[in-house]
Design a protein around this ligand. Sequence first.
Ligand code: SF4
Length: 377
Amino acid sequence: MSSTISLSTYNFNDYRSLDNETLNRRIRKAKAQLGERLLILGHHYQQDEVIEHADLRGDSLELSRMAAERPCESIVFCGVHFMAETADIVANRPERLRARGGRRVTVVLPDLAAGCSMADMAAIEQVENAWEDLGQVIDTTEITPVTYINSAASLKAFCGRHGGIVCTSSNAEKILKCAFAKSKRVLFFPDQHLGRNTSLKMGIINEQMPVWDPYGREFGGTSRAALENSRVILWKGHCSVHQMFRPEHVAAFRQKIPGVQILVHPECPQEVNDIADLSGSTGYIIRTVKSAPAGTKWAIGTELHLVNRLKKEHPEQEIHFLSPVMCMCATMYRIDLAHLCWSLENLVAGTPVNIIRVDDDTAAFSLLALERMLAIV
Ligand code: SF4
């Protein structure tokens, strides 16, 4: 479990009516006052006006690595809740704490409502119940639990406790291969699409991938036979942003723009992933666009803010957003200039707000699952 601690000198309501110019000025001032003691991390899906104040930007794993490596006293994480938890775990891991004489790095999430709908689709109680139920049908010592990094610390700890491991969208295939080297099956959560798209690439067929619905009746809504025949048991979770992309969007772009390349994230459903030209993690999408020759035409299926930033940074290419409807991470969007300013000024006042703190036991087992991944990639 993680807890939240808030001290707060300033009331957030007083920040709501401030204009962006004032907020930007006050953020810059607070940053200058905190100097090297502060590290602001910004996820790629964050809105531009916030990302401009980030010291470092990246995806979930890159940001956690940065949090672990860069010395500081406080991290303000402009991302979502599970990312701040991971930053707390890695920045305050035992050897780092010892080296700092026991002083913890304070990790702040500017708005506590910045959660992740996908991470919320797998609660620890549901996963523990599923594990117990699976044990009635198959031998759980034959299953490696694999959690996508987009999950609560409690789920990473579950994997740590049960010989399991964390994966990211860039290393999922490598991690699954390692899991299969030591076990017959995998329980993959919370994102069914990443689990399915990755496993299909490895030659595992849909018939060997039953979907476990935590709200399903018996056997997670699947059947005893399906579980006995399984290689990967997929948790019924998804990203509400990437789930919005549809095969008809791909068809429409191909018809409208001859030569367009469809580039998507593997959190998109199989029907989209299968017909895309290229599929890969956020880092892969950025690298692919960066290295493409001028004049390349893209329709990209991932979070809207990232696609708009790529458009801005690569005017030499023709970049389109794959969906006709806006698919942005609404929870990440909650981190705005007002919340950033409020959290920084409270840090300057020595009364930090929204501190994300993972309890020691959960942190230790989460770290175990994260380190198993880092030892492989
Ligand atoms: S884009 Fe999807 S997976 Fe990523 S933080 Fe938002 S809801 Fe979660």
